[in-house]
Design a protein around this ligand. Structure first.
Ligand code: ATP
Ligand code: MG
Length: 251
């Protein structure tokens, strides 16, 4: 069940616990409600499979709680910094996400403050749920999603933006009409990039559905994939990327 709560009411129980999770603090809540006003958030929609007490939220991680929000820009996702998060501000993540947005990657970022990120809400399922149901999809759809995901990773590699958490992307890629990479908190522009190699390794080598995906795409030789990943790692150019595409039967 969904419950819509105006932001001025967020300082009351039980909502207080969601805007300053996990430690309730009335003063922090008041400050955060002001920040939400500056972000033009009108109300929070408590819905989602994850629960904080009895309130539904979209997601909950080590640094944040994510909820659906009704704003002057429409329904968006609001990432709320946890009061026990290991960082003081969301602004670095916002900077990384807007870099990703510049090449068409990630949910579109609308605004950010120290405690909040306001971004496009992506309707869909996690890549792990999608992979588990892979046999239900048409081959064209599977090819298109995999191709698009690899392409986004290649574009991030070219931009020298390393996502940082794609070795296990199970919670960091949402499959909507297209795949959408989320959560840029660990991203960096000063690390060796390995987005594409990590995703290919997960999808075709080490991940839970690797064998199935190889079978569906008619790839017989795993060694060829490993070899072309190595080649791409060395060259990181369009030719080695296209060669990988060819080996994965994605053309
Ligand atoms: N823009 C979005 N649209 C829809 N759902 C989202 C969006 N952003 C995040 N989510 C959901 O919220 C969950 C938590 O988001 P995110 O991974 O960014 O938070 P986190 O605190 O960094 O988590 P973790 O500690 O796991 O890294 C995601 O797994 C996803 O299910
Ligand atoms: Mg995270």
């Amino acid at each position: 069940m969904s419950e819509s709560v105006k932001i001025d009411d967020l300082v009351k129980e039980p909502y207080l616990k969601v805007i300053c999770y996990p430690m309730i603090d009335f003063n922090i809540a008041i400050k955060r409600v002001d920040e939400l006003k500056s972000l033009k958030v009108n109300s929070i929609l408590f819905e989602g499979r994850t629960k904080i007490d009895k309130l539904g939220v979209i997601g909950k991680g080590c640094v944040s709680v994510v909820v659906k929000a009704s704003t002057s820009f429409g329904i968006l996702a609001l990432k709320i910094r946890r009061t026990d998060a290991n960082r003081l501000s969301m602004k670095r993540e916002a900077k990384m996400q807007s870099m990703a947005n510049s090449i068409g990657v990630g949910p579109k970022l609308f605004d950010a403050t120290d405690d909040f990120l306001l971004m496009e809400f992506i309707e869909g399922c996690s890549i792990i749920e999608w992979l588990k149901r892979i046999e239900e999809y048409k081959i064209e759809r599977i090819r298109r999603v995999v191709k698009e995901l690899l392409d986004q990773c290649y574009r991030m590699d070219k931009l020298n933006l390393d996502h940082g958490e794609l070795s296990d992307p199970s919670k960091h890629v949402i499959i909507s009409e297209n795949p959408v990479i989320i959560d840029f908190e660990s991203s960096s522009v000063s690390r060796r990039v390995s987005n594409l190699t990590k995703i290919v390794q997960y999808l075709f080598i080490g991940g839970p559905m690797a064998k199935k995906l190889m079978q569906i795409l008619g790839i017989e030789d795993r060694k060829m994939i490993i070899e072309s990943i190595r080649n791409y790692k060395r060259e990181k150019d369009l030719t080695s990327y296209l060669r990988l595409f060819e080996i994965l039967n994605l053309e």
